[in-house]
Design a protein around this ligand. Structure first.
Ligand code: KIV
Ligand code: ZN
Length: 510
């Protein structure tokens, strides 16, 4: 079974996510370590920046096949080829919509025109690249007869993989399986191609539909880490891989993903994209292996398998290891970070090392602590306001009061104070006074990175900016993260992180 990862393409289409070339490269290296078969690295025709990012991945990442997406247009296909041509194993992925609703309202093309364009563009892609994948977009809402015809044409023109997208997450599992069976039965030449599935999660069925497709004969699954992707997202890679492993008895298939790298990859994707993993998310959520009820705890203590179908170690969730002490040097830190999948520049390493030393004075530093420091130090948006100092007075008698010192866009020092219902509220009000914004706080969550009273606390917040509408007309949301052993400081960092994103969206980025 081939695992086709599209975190860097469909995953980047997650609302609010935008990755730099460097971030994409960092993630692509981790996906290679994870052992995916194909990395869809981007959509080069979308921008010069994406083309360059895909090209760097093609040049530098070894192991998986590197794929670039292209509409069925000559300029897209040439841009895709320019981006992937130096990869060890390049692939071009050509798509065109095939459902009646897309043909009439979006493409304004007839079926004959779409068929002719498919033949021509798949042939062009095949003349450039040996490995071509073809996707009839919105396949699950396409009339089956036309779908068979277009798949036959694509295979004849040179496609060696035909991908069946449930673009709008509309299909039900049995219906999707029957579509795959229909394709296997009715498309002449289908034995020369690998059938792939690409399911979206609008009805929460992306993984179920993908597995139904696999059971019906698909041999490539397209998915994203943490289920990121357009709207409700794509099928989650970690869920597909673990379902294949845990239910091998029934599915009888295996894949090359190194499951012990799953948790780490999930954390890296969350850190870099800024999209938190919901606590109840299957496999990688914080609660996925937590047993709350007494009956369950009793059962697990007697025999783990009573309530656990996966040993947490299988996905790399062992006890967070002590990695370094306060005497450890920069070189040891660099090696540890590399072992965790992070490759940092010397300047970045210097910043992380300073934070590490600060923490190591207070506590033993674990892998999870290091990941939190990297996230906090390196994956912040360009800072418009920088937090210099927070000071609070609080308790059960006094009025919670905060004084905050920020560095402003031109390097100026800005100080203000306010009071609130608690120390965090007081800090946020003081920041609002300086920055001149007061967005609505939608979510606030805090978690301890490791156990113990000396743990680093990581705060994740979401704020809403009513005056900034997103493409769907609803107010835009901005998330922020911050980590510190002091939870009020972590809360201030997270808030400023979200505010900096909001200000950048308003054009305030100097
Ligand atoms: O969802 C979809 O249809 C896609 C295609 C480009 C494969 O992402
Ligand atoms: Zn998609």
């Amino acid at each position: 079974m081939l695992i086709f990862d599209t975190t860097l393409r469909d995953g980047e289409q997650t609302p609010g996510v935008s990755l730099t070339g460097e971030e994409k490269l960092q993630l692509a290296r981790q996906l290679a370590r994870l052992g995916v078969d194909v990395i869809e690295a981007g959509f080069p025709a979308a921008s010069r920046g994406d083309l360059e990012a895909v090209r760097r991945i093609a040049l530098e990442v070894e192991g998986p096949r590197i794929c670039a997406l292209a509409r069925a247009r000559e300029e897209d296909i040439r841009a895709a080829w320019e981006a992937v041509r130096y990869a060890e194993k390049p692939r071009i992925h050509v798509f065109i919509a095939t459902s009646r609703i897309h043909l009439e309202h979006k493409l304004r093309m007839t079926r004959e025109e779409v068929l002719a364009r498919t033949r021509e563009m798949v042939a062009l892609a095949s003349s450039l690249c040996q490995d071509v994948e073809f996707s009839p977009e919105d396949a699950s809402r396409t009339e089956p007869g036309f779908l068979y015809e277009i798949l036959e044409a694509a295979i004849e023109a040179g496609a060696s993989t035909v991908n069946i997208p449930d673009t709008v997450g509309y299909a039900l599992p049995e219906e999707f399986a029957s579509l795959i069976r229909g394709i296997r039965k009715n498309v002449p030449g289908i034995e020369r191609a690998t059938i792939s599935v690409h399911c979206h999660d609008d009805l929460g069925l992306a993984v179920a539909n993908s597995l139904a497709g696999v059971a019906a004969g698909a041999r490539q699954v397209e998915c994203t880490v943490n289920g990121l992707g357009e709207r409700a997202g794509n099928a989650a890679l970690e869920e597909i891989v673990m379902a294949l492993l845990v239910r091998r008895d029934l599915l009888g298939l295996s894949c090359g993903v190194k499951t012990e790298n799953i948790a780490r990859t999930s954390r890296m994707v969350s850190t870099i994209t800024g999209v938190p993993v919901p606590p109840n998310k299957a496999i990688v959520g914080a609660n996925a292996f937590a047993h709350e009820s007494g009956v369950h705890q009793d059962g697990v203590l007697k025999e783990r398998r009573t309530y656990e179908i996966i040993d947490p170690k299988t996905i790399g969730l062992a006890e967070s290891k002590l990695v370094l002490g306060k005497l450890s040097g920069r070189h040891a830190l660099k090696e540890r970070l590399q072992g965790l999948g992070w490759r940092l520049s010397e300047e970045e390493l210097g910043r992380v090392f300073a934070r590490f030393k600060e923490l190591a004075e207070k506590k033993e530093v674990t892998e999870a602590d290091l990941e939190a420091i990297v996230a906090d130090e390196l994956y912040r948006p360009p800072e418009i306001y920088h937090l210099e100092q927070v000071q609070v007075v609080c308790g059960d008698r006094g009025i919670p009061t905060a004084t905050v010192r920020l560095r402003g866009p031109s390097g100026e020092e800005l100080v203000d104070a306010d009071h609130g219902t608690g120390p965090v509220d007081a800090v946020y009000r003081a920041i609002n006074r300086i920055v001149g914004e007061s967005p609505k706080l939608i979510e606030f969550s805090i978690k301890a990175i490791t156990g113990g009273l000396d743990a680093i606390g990581e705060v994740t917040i979401t704020v809403e900016a009513p005056e900034l509408a997103g493409p769907n007309g609803r107010p835009r949301h901005f998330s922020g993260q911050g980590a510190s052993t002091d939870i009020v400081v972590a809360s201030a960092k997270a808030y400023l992180n979200a505010l900096n994103k909001l200000l950048a969206a308003k054009g305030g980025n100097p």
